[in-house]
Structure formats: C-alpha cells, structure tokens
Write a protein that binds this ligand. Sequence first.
Ligand code: NAD
Length: 325
Amino acid sequence: MTSRILVTGGAGFIGSAYVRALLGPSGPPGAAVTVLDKLTYAGSLARLAPVRGHPGLTFVQGDVCDAATVRRLTAGQDEIVHFAAESHVDRSIEDGTDFTRTNVLGTQTLLDAALRNGVRTFVHISTDEVYGSVPEGAAREEDQLRPSSPYAASKAAADLVALAQHRTYGLDVRVTRCSNNFGPYQHPEKAVPRFVATLLTGGSLPVYGDGRQVRDWLHVDDHVRAVELVRTGGRPGETYNVGGGTSLSNLELAGRLLRQCGADPGRITHVTDRKGHDRRYAVDHSKITAELGYRPRAGFERTLAATVDWYRTHRSWWEPLFAAV
Ligand code: NAD
C-alpha cells in the first residue's frame, strides 16, 4: 500500500540511510516521505543528496518539540518513523538537558500529534543502551531497563512514554532497539568514523580505559532493513531488538581498523575512561528473526572495509566535522 511516511531525524546518519532506502529502487512503490529534522550539528543535508529532487521527498527543517509544527506535519501522514534524537553519549555526560528535551519531550510531542491526527503506525527507534551493561548472555526485549548514561536514560524514558501511548490509547507503537551502527555518513564523533578519521589524518587511536568494553556491531543497511520489516510487519505494542552479530571489544575494533588502514598496530593511546561506561552490550534478536525473518547479512569484514573506503573518498564531508570534534 502506498504510504505517507514522516521520518524524523531523516538528515541524521541512520534516518538518512532509511530515507534513501525508502526512495530507492527497492523501496515501497509510491512512498511519499516527509523528513522533519532540526539540522543540529549532527544533521547534514548532504546525506540526502542522492534523493534530492525525488518527487516523493519533502524536507522540513523543524524541531520535534515544537508542537505546532509537529501537529501540522503529522496531519495527513499514515506512519511515523522516529529517529530524531540527541545521540552522542559523551555529550550527554557533559550536559543531559538537550537529551531529555529532544528524546523524551520530542517523542511525547510526536506521539500526541500522531494520536490526534489518526496516524496509523508509529515506529520508535531506540537503542540497546537502554538495557545497561549486560555482563553475560544477551538482553531480551522484556528485560529490565537499567540505563547508565543520561543519553541511555533519555532513550529508555522515551521507550516507556511510547509504549504507554499504546497501552493507554491503543496507538500502534512499535519500538526497535538496535546495537552500535556503522557505515557511510556517520558523524566522526562516533567510534568507527572517529577511529578512521584519526588514522587517515595521521593520529593515534583514542581508546577509553582498558579498551575491553564490548559492543555488538550492526551495519546501517541491516538496521534499515530491520526497521522496514518492523514498519511493515511488526505488531502493535511490541519491541524488537536488532543486533548485527559481530561482538568486539573496543581494542579489537581498533585492531581491525589499524589493519584496514595499513597502520602501525602501536598507534593506540589509552585515554581516561568515560564516566559510567558500560562494559558490555549484547542483544538477543531472535524475536525479530522468528517473527519477521530478519538476519544481519552485511558481513562485518567486507562492510567495515567498504566503510573505511567511503571515508577515504569522502574527506570533504567529514574533515570539517572532525576538526570540530
Ligand atoms: P544522528 O545524531 O546521526 O542524527 C540525529 C538527527 O536528529 C540529526 O539529523 C539531527 O539534526 C536530528 N535532530 C536532533 N534533535 C532534533 C530535534 N529536536 N528535532 C528534530 N530533529 C532533531 O543519530 P543516528 O546515529 O542517526 O541515530 C538515529 C536514532 O538511532 C537515534 O534515535 C539514536 O538514539 C538511535 N540509535 C543510534 C545508534 C547508532 O549507533 N548510531 C545505535 C542505537 C540507536
């Protein structure tokens, strides 16, 4: 069915990949996509350049906390896929105010407008960080939320607000919780592009603490496929974990990138650990596999190499951003 879809945060790293996929050759036929994005330091219209001029794309610069704008834009939409967020943990540790405002109040504002305007489906994009550190095994959707950072706490609060809108009013809300994404157009404040940019500019990799914190790595294209599966086939009121299937310590990740860039393995500097740094994230994604047939298929080594190549060939995009990190 042709859909009118509002994508918040569609000029961000993952939201833009989702918009490019929706409007690309494998996207749903006739989709009309409205992007609502504030264009904070993390937003970049260059990410939407491949679909600029597409007749199905409308871009609106605006704030998800601005109720008047959100009400106006949600009128006439069939679905909302909500990516917009303040997303960088380190910034939230400096000051969490914008995180609570955008991630919690912004989500509430969108949900209220969705309900008022009869939006059919609301997909809320969350994170595995809401589970907190997982010492062993893998977090399941029904596990308790134990967020550590102000960022993770704001995302957990937003998840609960979103699910409450389903339980209280019956709005068809679906939540996804993914692991660490990587791929092209990611802001160089985040681990993979930061490491690659550091190596390409001759620096030494800054590794937090002992570097033994473990993360699951998910290529952004796999994440986008998972979100699309949830939008089109997920169940109302349900949460779906999305994992990538490659679990690495930060030191292991640094080692892979040093090899990919042909750099001296000694180019690592241990820096003071992040406050409240979770040791290990792991998600069990068997629910989305069983219900919707999701499997990560990007292939970690191949797509990590492709990502490094992308940063090699797109210096003009990331250099100014990296200089400001
Ligand atoms: P990003 O920081 O690259 O993009 C966020 C986008 O939201 C930007 O374009 C920004 O301009 C926009 N935005 C911020 N505040 C806004 C506001 N008040 N109103 C409207 N737009 C606003 O983030 P990302 O990495 O693409 O993450 C997208 C979503 O996925 C987020 O909800 C994040 O919590 C979640 N997530 C990301 C990862 C990851 O590895 N990147 C992992 C798990 C979950």
